[in-house]
Write a protein that binds this ligand. Structure first.
Ligand SMILES: Nc1ncnc2c1ncn2[C@@H]1O[C@H](COP(=O)(O)OP(=O)(O)OP(=O)(O)O)[C@@H](O)[C@H]1O
Ligand SMILES: [Mg+2]
Length: 582
């Protein structure tokens, strides 16, 4: 990361996250004066301590100076404590605000944007990258204030005690600055690599845990274990690198300090012998110089904190700055449904980063309240067609209308409010049965939920669950059977009660009885609704008012079951295969 970018990121961090807490930073700055003053007082007090107590043997001072030393330490300690408290709180507040902003961005993002990156990487933005920013705000900001103030005051004291020696000690400063600059940039780079590794690690862990059954059945425990060892080793290496770069400043600084102190003692020897310096000045000066070591070291490494924090912030900002393409246009009206006619007009669509269009020149008209079945081979483009209606994606060409209103011109909220989706891969949350169903309508009464479950042929099995509607179903409904999950997702769609239903029929076959139950549930769901169903079951296909055959992204035939049986070879072919499997 180069300096202009670093500057830009820091400015943005300050402007949007820190500026509004500026009063707190001012208080911390004020407390930093306490830290600096306390530290300098400790060094300065050695001057009268030596002079009054040891040389002049002043009785009162023997009592007062130790008290003053306790006071100086207390001021330093308390100021530091309160300043840290303020900045820890501030940093955690910044973390909270950034995390909220990040989650809001993820929720508003296009499906494509979020799905193009592994979920584990997003998690590492939330946890790792933001923690780097937090360190920048808490340690970085405080250290820069308290350490530079302390250093200034100590240097002033050194000049006060003996300007010649102080000038000599100043050689250290530019050297420290040079060391700092190169290390900071290096650390920024290593941190960026490390963030990548942490992202890979979270991604790997989430897959390992989710895929445990597949790992076991394919007996790939060793393979996965080796993989985990590799990733963890890489993680360790990067962390080592960060650690090494961070502490690389230490030996350099130690050596520098050693040289300076040695030169200093040599020179004072000469000065004291020549009567140019008192012993009390010597002690005070030496203490000030020793105490200056810590802030110099901290300031020499502080830019690392800034580079690291900025690198983390940059990755978070990249996510925040990715604008959603699918959003309301300025004049979005609410979708107004009367008949519920759905029409696709000359619709083309290609997935991002693909060459061949997934669907081409699709024209569909579904009369309100009727069911159209999409039929075709796997990969033909059926799910793609369905995903265009709730605008998970926008067509590359052509338009989609609901009751003559272009879905691009109505508000996204009103569009999706009118559509239910039962997808091929059912998504359930780790919550109770009730909560999963009520997800469609948070205000639904128990009665409504129960009725929806009866319609979906789900109430009988739900009532047999250990805590009935209050049973926790586990991550993605792991504690339910396939058919049960389907029926819950159908109940959820029934509860939403929308004029338009999208149904991506699950291909998994159920036993005859469950099959019939799910079929009945679907019938209840789609009664008098405009339904676009991707049909795999013959019974669904035959019942549809219109059958649309999709082949390689194009619609090749449309008609009723009887029409198609008479006229379409493709359909006859599909039909006979279905007959033989059923
Ligand atoms: N997110 C995606 N990114 C890129 N290409 C995709 C994506 N999803 C689907 N495709 C491609 O688009 C084509 C159509 O896929 P689609 O999911 O619509 O098929 P389908 O007819 O629903 O098949 P199935 O019956 O197996 O579910 C396929 O060739 C597939 O590889
Ligand atoms: Mg599909």
């Amino acid at each position: 990361m180069n300096i202009p970018i670093l500057k830009k990121i820091l400015q943005r961090l300050f402007k949007f996250y820190v500026k509004k807490h500026f009063s707190k930073i001012l208080i911390a700055l004020f407390l930093s004066f306490g830290v600096a003053g306390g530290t300098a007082a400790i060094a300065w007090l050695l001057d009268p301590a030596v002079k009054k107590i040891f040389v002049e043997q002043d009785r009162t001072m023997m009592f007062l100076i130790p008290l003053a030393i306790v006071a100086a330490f207390s001021i330093k300690g308390l100021s530091l404590y309160f300043a840290r408290t303020i900045l820890i709180k501030l940093a955690n507040e910044v973390v909270r605000v950034m995390q909220i902003e990040l989650s809001s961005c993820v929720l508003k993002s296009d499906v494509h944007t979020v799905e193009s990156k592994h979920s584990g990487k997003y998690i590492s933005h939330f946890l790792y990258d933001i923690s780097l920013v937090s360190q920048l705000v808490s340690s970085g900001v405080l250290n820069i204030m308290k350490d530079s103030l302390t250093l200034i005051v100590l240097v002033a004291l050194m000049f006060y005690q003996n300007w010649k020696l102080a000038s000599f000690a100043m050689i250290m400063m530019p050297l420290a600055a040079i060391v700092a600059k190169s290390l900071g940039r290096r650390l920024g780079k290593v941190t960026t690599q490390s963030a990548k590794v942490v992202g890979n690690l979270t991604a790997f862990l989430s897959e390992m845990i989710k895929g445990l059954r597949m790992i076991k059945i394919y007996q790939q425990e060793n393979f996965e274990f080796d993989r985990s060892k590799k990733i963890m080793e890489e993680h360790m290496n990067k962390q080592n690198k960060i650690g090494f770069v961070t502490i690389r400043a230490t030996p350099i600084m130690e050596v520098l300090t050693g040289i300076i102190i040695a030169g200093f003692i040599y020179w004072t020897g000469i000065m004291v012998a020549a009567g140019e310096m008192q012993i009390n000045n010597f002690f005070s000066f030496l203490t000030a110089m020793m105490l200056a070591y810590q802030p110099i070291r901290s300031l020499a490494t502080i830019n690392m904190l800034f580079y690291q924090g900025a690198a983390g912030a940059e990755r978070v900002f990249t996510v925040i700055d990715t604008e959603a393409k699918i959003k309301d246009n300025n004049s979005s009206n609410n979708l107004n449904i009367k008949e519920g006619n759905v029409e696709f007009k000359n619709v083309d669509f290609s997935y991002p980063k693909t060459e061949i269009p997934a669907i081409k020149n699709v024209n569909i008209f579904i009369e309100g309240g009727t069911t159209a079945a999409l039929v075709g081979h796997s990969g033909a483009g059926k799910s793609t067609i369905i995903n265009l209606l709730p605008r998970f994606y926008d067509p590359s060409n052509g338009n989609i209308f609901i009751d003559k209103q272009n879905i691009k011109d109505v508000s996204l909220f009103s569009l999706r409010k009118n559509i239910s989706l039962v997808s091929q891969d059912i998504i359930l949350f780790d919550d109770t049965v009730r909560a999963n169903i009520a997800y469609a309508n948070m205000e639904a009464t128990n009665d409504q939920i129960q009725k929806a479950c009866e319609f979906a042929a789900a109430s009988e099995f739900i009532e047999k669950l250990p805590q009935s509607y209050e049973t926790l179903i586990g991550e993605n409904g792991i504690r339910l059977s396939g058919g049960q999950k389907q029926r819950i997702s159908i109940a959820r769609a029934i509860l939403k009660d929308t004029p338009i239903i999208l149904l991506d029929e699950a291909t998994s076959s159920l036993d005859a009885e469950s099959e019939e139950k799910v079929q009945n549930a679907i019938l209840n769901l789609t009664k008098n609704k405009t339904t676009l169903v991707i049909a795999h079951r013959l019974s669904t296909i035959i019942r549809a008012n219109k059958i649309i055959i999709v082949n390689q992204g194009k619609i090749v035939e449309t008609g009723t079951h009887n029409d198609l049986l008479k006229n379409s070879n493709i359909y006859k072919n599909l039909y006979s295969k279905q007959i033989s499997t059923n």
